[in-house]
Design a protein around this ligand. Structure first.
Ligand SMILES: [Zn+2]
Length: 294
C-alpha cells in the first residue's frame, strides 16, 4: 500500500478517459460506480521479459508493469505471477467502491484506505486511484513498483499480510527506489539521505521506542502512520529494510518472505531468517538509526 498527502490528492484534477492501453477494457454503462473503472488483465510471460533501458517508454500501466516486472525478476530474483489484474479508478469514490467490489475489502476498511491510500497490491491484483498522478513520471513509477513488490511478496508467502508489515513496506520502498535507480530516474543514496532527514524528529525515534511488534501487523502499521505521519513512517520502514539488506543480503529477505508459505509464525520466521529475535533486532536498529540521524 502507498499513501498520498490529502492536499496533493485534493489539488489534483480528475483523470478520466485518456487511457489507451492495448489490453484495455472499459467496464461501464451500468451505473455510476462502474464509470471511471478500468480493468487491465496483464499476462507476464517470464520468457518475454525485457529489461527497459530507461523510464521513457513506461508511461502506461501495461508497459510500466512489464518493465518493472523485468527488473524484479532479472535483477532482484523476485517472482512475479504470470497473470496480474490491474484496476485503475478515476477518483477516490470509485476507488473506494473498487476496494469493496474488486478486492473484497470491508466497507469500513475501504472508506479508511481510500482516504489516504492511492495504490494497493493484493494477490495477483493491483488497484490504483489514478487521480493522484496525471503525469506518469518518476513518482508514479515508484508507486507501481511499490505495489508490484507487494504482489511479489504475496507470491513468495502464498498469502497476504503474513510477514512483518514494516519489513513488507520497507522492502517495497527499497525495491521501488532500486527500480528508479535502474531506470536512471533517482539514486538510492538520494533516497537514503531524504529518509535520514525525514525521520530525525519521528516520534518513535525521539521516544527511543520503535515498538516493532505493533509496526509488524498491517493494522498496527496503518494506525502508526496515521498517528505519526505517513512519510516518516515509510521512511523509517525503508531505512530498517535497507539496514537488513546491507547486513544480510537481499536474498535473505526473499527467503524470509518465502518461509511463510511453509509456516505462518511471524516471530519464529524472523528469528530463523535473521538469526535474532525481533526484540534483539529492535535494539540493534534503534542504535543504528540514532547513529545515522545524529
Ligand atoms: Zn505498501
Amino acid at each position: 500500500m502507498i499513501w498520498i498527502g490529502r492536499n496533493l490528492l485534493r489539488h489534483c484534477s480528475l483523470f478520466g478517459g485518456v487511457v489507451s492501453f492495448s489490453l484495455l477494457m472499459m467496464v461501464g454503462g451500468c451505473g455510476a460506480s462502474s464509470q471511471g473503472r478500468t480493468v487491465l488483465p496483464i499476462t507476464i510471460d517470464p520468457a518475454s521479459l525485457t529489461l527497459p533501458g530507461d523510464g521513457a517508454s513506461l508511461t502506461t500501466h501495461d508497459a510500466a508493469i512489464r518493465g518493472i516486472a523485468s527488473i524484479l525478476v532479472k535483477d532482484l530474483g523476485l517472482p512475479v505471477p504470470e497473470q496480474v489484474t490491474v484496476y485503475v479508478y478515476a477518483s477516490r469514490p470509485v476507488f473506494e467502491q473498487g476496494l469493496i467490489q474488486d478486492a473484497h475489502v470491508s466497507p469500513v476498511r475501504a472508506a479508511e484506505l481510500s482516504d489516504f491510500a492511492i495504490g494497493i497490491g493484493k494477490r495477483r491484483l493491483m488497484l490504483f486511484n489514478d487521480e493522484a498522478y496525471e503525469v506518469k513520471g518518476r513518482e508514479w513509477l515508484r508507486l507501481v513498483a511499490h505495489e508490484l513488490s507487494h504482489v511479489s511478496q504475496i507470491e513468495l508467502a502464498q498469502g497476504e499480510g503474513r510477514a512483518e508489515q514494516w519489513l513488507a513496506e520497507g522492502m517495497a520502498e527499497w525495491v521501488a527506489f532500486t527500480v528508479l535507480e535502474r531506470l536512471g530516474l533517482d539514486t538510492m543514496d538520494h533516497r537514503r539521505a531524504l529518509a535520514r532527514a525525514g525521520i530525525k524528529s519521528h516520534a518513535a525515534l525521539v521516544a527511543a521506542r520503535l515498538d516493532l511488534d505493533t509496526l509488524g501487523s498491517p493494522r498496527g502499521f496503518t494506525v502508526r502512520h496515521l498517528r505519526e505521519g505517513s512519510l516518516p513512517t515509510y521512511q523509517l520502514a525503508f531505512l530498517m529494510a535497507d539496514y537488513v539488506i546491507k547486513r544480510d543480503g537481499f536474498p535473505k529477505i526473499v527467503q524470509y518472505f518465502a518461509s511463510f508459505a511453509e509456516r505462518q509464525h511471524r516471530l519464529d520466521n524472523f528469528r530463523r531468517a535473521f538469526g535474532q529475535s525481533l526484540a534483539e533486532f529492535e535494539r540493534e536498529i534503534l542504535g543504528h538509526l540514532k547513529s545515522i540521524t545524529r
